[in-house]
Design a protein around this ligand. Sequence first.
Ligand code: SF4
Length: 443
Amino acid sequence: MKKKNRIDTNRVIFTREMRESGYKILMPTMIPRHLRMIAGILNAHGYDVEVLDNTGRDTIESGLRYVHNDTCYPAQICIGQFVRALESGKYDPNKCALLFSQTGGGCRASNYISLLRKALAKAGYGHVPVISLNFSAGMEKNPGFRLTLPMLRRMVYAVLYGDMIMLLENQCRPYEINAGESLAVSERLTRELSAQLGRRGRLPYREIKRTFAEIVRAYDAIPRRDEKRLRVGIVGEIFVKFSPLANNSLEQFLIDEGAEPVVPGFLGFAQYCVYNSIMDAKLYGRGKKTLPLFRFAHKFILGKQNDMIRAVTENSSFMPPADFEVTRRLAEEFIGLGVKMGEGWLLPGEMLDLIHSGVTSIVCTQPFGCLPNHIVGKGMMKPLREKYPDANIVAVDYDASATVINQQNRIKLMLANGREIAERREREEKEREASAPEECPVS
Ligand code: SF4
């Protein structure tokens, strides 16, 4: 049997027959708008995918019941969400499958899937097939689940759209005059874009580019207050960074505290994963056969990202998303690009990007006990502060037993420091302007 098509017969396989007989495929909530659009693409190709929306404390409790409490917090949450959904009575556990990502890296995220199977067996759902969503040769495959190149291309567009929505919504929501308008625009766009991406037939790229500009204009039309707020970056472990369930609605908390959240997009993480495969070949001679494919993917995504950045800068005064190549070069000054456990070099790269864009106050979200991200997150703060003394970064741990009050107090302290720094810089700027020699009039 060839390694790349290996099927482990000890696990429950998701078969073609299951797909054809209308099995419901459930996905955990991490970054809901992106995933809803991805689900739209899968559904247009004959799947019946649903992004779970069950949240709340009982989800976390369920995770704790079936997963050891020293396992990564993202695994506890996702597994808890799956088990709660199966227990809810909303779905038929005999006609359900679960879709879970498998990174294939050296970190524990590659093993979440076996933890999920163990939890399902304990909870009495051992017969439910688990589909691994991975892009690595040699990892689990299922005959009933196949991603084609056109589907993958549309998934890249879904991530670009999702990132744009997140980026622009965060720049409008804190300033909107009519409460709830930005969220309503995001909801409408998510619905319309899911339909566009799920449409059968051709989807020319010029239509995608046109849509980029339309998205920007939709947010730019929202009436906003002319107000200056402290911009606060959110970086960290990918799940805790994005999932409101995992980070106790961090974006909302920052808005309530009078700040503007700035969240680097999901595309950066996808580009980081692709780039890591290129680095594997360069540094360790691994995966030379698939190298041209990853090089192509890297160039393809980069080109689309540049179009997205252009759409934002040409159609508005919104802050554009980061350019991956800039992030990579900034990170390289501080850390080797072979550091790729967890979020690896991307994490300090995103902090540096934010600092260079004037966002010096940053929350670094970390699952408690996540060693790789403590090293590339907390561990990188000292060298960053040495070069950028105004960098005002706070590392916040998240897990099932962490108290929200503790997390919020640490963030409030960071916000107070951030405001002091901003005031001082404004003062210094004014003094500089006042002491600058007057220009000679040119005759
Ligand atoms: S990055 Fe951290 S949270 Fe994610 S799998 Fe690795 S140790 Fe767990």
